[in-house]
Design a protein around this ligand. Structure first.
Ligand code: ADP
Ligand code: MG
Length: 598
């Protein structure tokens, strides 16, 4: 057998296979080109799920007439010139493969005019071969039409899904670009019907309203983390902007956590987990938040050169990115999330919410002082000083953290289970048992943070048989394992020798404990963290002295509420169930028909 170099058209078609899988991949490449060309308006049209026709029109800077044909060659790009540029990529494309790939598996035509030229160019290709070129009048920008995708690659055509599925992929894709580029006007027309149109107002919230609807967006709060720009920028190079759903807005899977890095949509299970972690103890098990986060990271901190079609990136310091994102979302929730409201009218965060709150606080405040009631109660209680300890990072970042609960005045108890209290914004019903669980949980967590890790030696070291993956995990994470109290070493072959365990899991079977810790590491957690917390939560629940059905004195109730006020996340118990319900003064007034009368 002789070895041959493949002819260019065959090589191009093979390369195309990697980048162009389905209509949505064509749309992705062409929309990225439009964005790279500075477009502020992009229209995507498709027919028959994109199999018959796809058209992407933009008002970017266009392609000069003498370069149009060149653009369709493999490795033809205007975006990088040398290998050094690979370290600092600031455009979405850079491989110079997309146009060549798309053209090689379809009938493609382009009409384009560069801003400085008076006449435009029209170029037609079929299976990658130029079939016509002419000078024509056209608006500035580029219109690329891709017809009969995969007409010459029947194997691939066969693998396309139902038209509806392909449409879903395209519309999800356009929604994501619209979020990442809120200053760009996106219009998606599928089978002649407009499916999405964003205003290009530069406001992410406007895009989210088009994508999710106002009802959902009114239950989301802004997230913001400003990257550290001090000379020691290495400290916090991560910036975050976005919206996070209030805990009440949740889903049964993680699909509504949408992440971008430097304008690119990414899929990253560890960062998704960072968002979920931020809702820790605020959501019930098996429920996941809705969130959109745009991360900005200096280009040299991230490698986007992983795979052309896959939405993965590599970070130089993944832990810094993880904690930046988690902190940003957590901050937003801790600072801004109000207790769940019984008021079904105005949702927290809806446009007129701030104005209403302002008016209400004022009105209610005036009233209360007329009545001689002291709204700002004194003496935060002893717990006040202690409670500042947990998650000191938060404290440092937000020195003037807003209270997540207003000062409350106890009115009484209902059914020996719920405390009735009043605050400047209305009536609060507090589940005494859930509230006590939250208080104990945060106290224990604060205590535990200050504690040194205790390791307990086994009477006799044991050997454990492990898979090569797990052995590799042990090798890579030896330090972390040691830090939490495991003393384990590779013993040759497929075994590891275990000498000591964290005291926390000392009762467990040592091999099981090690496997659990390795499982934690695989999920991106510190080993034993999950186990430790689970134990803590169940301990808290057993210990929670205050049960439902227990009559409390006024001073006991007051003390409980004082402590709850000091909690980081007072609105839920550690299992994510609400500790309180809120009926706003507004709701009360409305129910009593007094709203106009105030
Ligand atoms: P890449 O985007 O990686 O450079 P492509 O094959 O996607 O490679 O595009 C090749 C070149 O064609 C680009 O570098 C750019 O100069 C030009 N180009 C493609 N699409 C457009 C567009 N919509 N507007 C302006 N120029 C474009
Ligand atoms: Mg490109």
């Amino acid at each position: 057998m002789t070895i041959n170099i493949l002819p260019p058209d065959v090589a191009t078609q093979i390369a195309a296979g990697e980048v162009i899988e389905r209509p949505a991949s064509v749309v992705k490449e062409l929309v990225e080109n439009a964005l790279d060309a500075g477009a502020t308006s992009i229209t995507v049209e498709l027919e028959q799920g994109g199999k018959r026709l796809l058209r992407i029109s933009d008002n970017g800077w266009g392609i000069a007439s003498d370069q149009v044909e060149l653009a369709f060659h493999r490795h033809a790009t205007s975006k990088i010139t040398s290998v050094h540029d690979l370290d600092r990529i600031e455009t979405l494309g850079f491989r110079g493969e997309a146009l060549a790939s798309v053209a090689s598996v379809s009938r493609t035509s382009v009409i384009t005019r560069a801003s400085y030229e008076t006449m435009g160019t029209r170029l037609q290709l079929e299976a990658g071969m130029v079939t016509g070129q002419e000078v024509i009048g056209s608006p500035q920008g580029t219109i690329i039409t891709v017809e009969n995708l995969f007409f010459n690659v029947p194997a691939r055509l066969k693998f396309l899904k139902k038209e509806a599925t392909e449409r879903k992929h395209v519309s999800a894709l356009i929604s994501r670009y619209a979020m990442a580029y809120p200053h760009v006007r996106f219009r998606l027309v599928m089978e002649g019907r407009e499916a999405l149109q964003t205003p290009g107002s530069s406001d992410l919230r406007d895009v989210l309203i088009q994508v999710y609807g106002i009802e959902t967006v009114s239950q989301m709060i802004p997230v913001e983390l400003i990257p550290d720009s001090t000379p020691r920028a290495d400290l916090h190079p991560v910036g975050v902007i976005g919206y996070a759903g209030l805990p009440g807005l949740n889903r049964s899977n993680r699909s509504q956590i949408t992440l971008f890095v430097n304008g690119r949509w990414i899929q990253d299970s560890s960062l998704t987990y960072a968002v979920v972690q931020a809702y820790h103890t605020m959501l019930m098990v098996g429920r996941y938040p809705v969130a959109v986060a745009m991360l900005t990271i200096p280009p040299e901190e991230v490698d986007v050169n992983v795979h052309p079609a896959k939405s993965e990136v590599r970070f130089r310091r993944p832990d810094v990115v993880f904690s930046g994102l988690q902190r940003a979302v957590r901050h937003a929730l801790v600072d801004q999330a109000p207790p769940p409201s019984l008021d079904t009218g105005v949702r927290w965060g809806s446009p007129d919410w701030a104005a209403r709150r302002e008016r209400l606080t004022q009105v209610t405040g005036d009233r209360l002082s007329q009545l001689g009631l002291n709204v700002e109660m004194d003496d935060p209680g002893q717990y006040g000083q202690q409670a500042a300890a947990p998650e000191e990072d938060f404290q440092e970042q937000a020195p003037k953290r807003k209270r997540s609960l207003p000062m409350l005045r106890v009115i009484g108890q209902v059914g020996a289970t719920y405390i009735v209290a009043e605050g400047p914004q209305g009536l609060y019903l507090i589940d005494q048992h859930a509230a006590h669980e939250r208080i104990l949980y945060e106290q224990f967590m604060a205590e535990r943070q200050g504690q040194a890790v205790v390791s307990q030696e086994l009477l006799e070291p044991i050997t454990v048989d492990l898979s090569p993956e797990h052995l590799a995990l042990i090798e890579e994470n030896a330090e972390d394992l040691y830090a939490v109290g495991f003393q384990v070493e590779l013993f040759g072959g497929n075994t590891a020798r275990l000498r000591a365990l964290p005291a926390l899991v000392a009762q467990a079977d040592p091999a099981d404990a090690l496997m659990a810790a390795l499982g934690d590491i695989e999920c991106g957690e510190m080993p034993t963290e999950a186990t430790a917390e689970e134990k803590l939560i169940s301990r808290v629940c057993k210990q929670a002295a205050i049960k439902a059905g227990q009559v409390l004195s006024t001073s006991e109730m007051q003390a409980l509420i004082r402590q709850l006020e000091q909690c980081q996340a007072p609105q839920t118990c550690p299992h994510g169930r609400p500790t309180m319900l809120h009926i706003s003064a507004d709701q009360l007034a409305k129910e009593f028909g007094r709203l106009g009368a105030i």
